[in-house]
Design a protein around this ligand. Structure first.
Ligand SMILES: C[C@](O)(C(=O)O)[C@H](CC(=O)O)C(=O)O
Length: 331
C-alpha cells in the first residue's frame, strides 16, 4: 500500500505524488503543515492588528506566554544572555546559544504562537549570516531581526553604540534574504538599525529604506528617543510594516500597545517583560529565605502547578495513548 503525503508548506500545496511515475492509489493521508513562519507572515499580510510579543528567555517564560494565549512571542537576546550565560547583553551570546534557546522555545508547541528571535549582528560576515538564518529556519523560528551594530555590540538602550557602514549592513541583509529565498522559507526578515545615537534619524531612515529595497519584510528603528520620532518613522516608511521595541526605562519613552497600534506599528516586542519580573520575584524569594529561613511560596502553588504550566497533562496523555502505564493513576 502506498500512502501519498500532501504537505502544505508556505502558502502552497506541494504534492509529492507528482514525483511518482504512476498515479498513486488511495488511501491518501493529507498532512497539513503550516510552518510558524507562514503563520506570522499571514498575520502581517492579512490583518492590520498589532502583533504583541512578550519577551521570553527560557522554557518557563515561554510557557507562561502560551498559557495566557499570546499570539506570538519574542526571544530576547538580552534575556538569553542573562539566563544562559549569566552575562550582560554585550555581544557575548553566540549563534549556538541563541539558536539552541530559540529552537527549544519555538518547538514547545510547533503549532503554537510563532516565535520572533533576536539574531543580533548575524554573528559574522555573509557566510555566518547565512548559516545563522539557515539554523533559525531549521529551528522553526518564525521571524528574526538582524542589525547594523559592530560585532562587539551592546544592548540597543545603552550609550556608546557603534554601527558598521551602510555597505556592510546591506551585505548582512542581502545574505539573510538570499538564504531564506534559497531555502524557500517564509521566515520574516526584520531589518534593525541602531544608527540613531551615532548618525541621527535621517541615516536610520536611509538604512531602513536600503534594507527594504533588498527585500527585508519589516523594519526596526532601535531606541527612539521621542514618541514623535516613532510616529514619524511609521509615516516615512509606510506602508512597510515596522516593529517597535518597548524597553521600559530604556531610551524610548513609555508607549502602550494601544498607542503603538494607533501610530501604525505592526509588531511590538517587550524585551524585558519576563526577565525583570523574574529578577524581582527571585530576589524577593531569596531575601526571604536568607532573612526568615523560608521562601514563603503562596499556598496551593506546589510543584504540580509549575509542571502543569510546562505541559504535564499533555505528557501524561501521550504516555497513556501510547500504551504506557506510568500515569494511569495520575501523578
Ligand atoms: C531587543 C534586544 O535586542 C533584546 O535582546 O531583547 C535588546 C533589549 C535590550 O537589551 O534593551 C536591545 O534593545 O538591544
Amino acid at each position: 500500500m502506498t500512502i501519498a503525503v500532501q504537505a502544505q508548506q508556505k502558502d502552497f500545496f506541494h504534492d509529492v505524488t507528482e514525483l511518482q511515475p504512476e498515479p498513486v492509489p488511495a488511501p491518501t493521508l493529507t498532512v497539513q503543515l503550516k510552518p510558524a513562519a507562514s503563520r506570522l507572515r499571514r498575520m502581517l499580510r492579512e490583518t492590520d492588528e498589532l502583533i504583541i510579543c512578550p519577551g521570553v528567555y527560557d522554557g518557563l517564560s515561554a510557557r507562561v506566554a502560551m498559557e495566557l494565549g499570546f499570539k506570538a512571542m519574542y526571544m530576547t537576546g538580552a534575556g538569553t544572555t542573562a539566563s544562559r550565560l549569566g552575562m550582560a547583553d554585550l555581544g557575548l551570546a553566540q549563534l549556538h546559544d541563541m539558536k539552541t534557546n530559540a529552537e527549544m522555545i519555538a518547538n514547545l508547541d510547533p503549532y503554537g504562537p510563532p516565535l520572533i528571535a533576536d539574531m543580533d549582528t548575524g554573528y559574522g560576515g555573509p557566510l555566518m549570516v547565512s548559516k545563522s538564518v539557515q539554523q533559525y529556519i531549521q529551528a522553526n523560528v518564525a521571524g528574526f531581526h538582524i542589525e547594523d551594530q559592530i560585532q562587539n555590540k551592546r544592548c540597543g538602550h545603552l550609550a556608546g553604540k557603534k554601527v558598521v557602514g551602510l555597505e556592510e549592513y546591506e551585505m548582512r541583509i542581502r545574505a539573510a534574504k538570499l538564504t531564506k529565498d534559497r531555502l524557500n522559507s517564509d521566515i520574516v526578515l526584520i531589518a534593525r538599525t541602531d544608527a540613531l545615537q551615532q548618525h541621527g534619524y535621517d541615516e536610520c531612515i536611509k538604512r531602513l529604506k536600503a534594507a527594504r529595497a533588498l527585500g527585508a519584510d519589516v523594519g526596526l528603528l532601535e531606541g527612539f528617543t521621542t514618541k514623535e520620532q516613532a510616529r514619524q518613522a511609521v509615516k516615512d516608511l509606510a506602508p512597510w510594516p515596522l516593529l517597535l521595541n518597548m524597553v521600559e526605562n530604556g531610551a524610548t519613552p513609555l508607549i502602550t500597545t494601544k498607542e503603538a497600534h494607533e501610530m501604525g506599528f505592526r509588531i511590538m516586542i517587550f524585551s524585558f517583560a519576563s526577565i525583570t519580573p523574574a529578577y524581582l520575584g527571585i530576589r524577593s524569594a531569596f531575601e526571604r529565605l536568607k532573612n526568615e529561613g523560608i521562601v514563603g511560596i503562596p499556598e496551593g502553588l506546589g510543584p504540580r502547578k509549575i509542571f502543569e504550566v510546562c505541559g504535564l497533562t499533555d505528557s501524561m496523555n501521550i504516555d497513556t495513548a501510547s500504551g504506557g502505564d506510568g500515569f494511569l493513576e495520575g501523578v
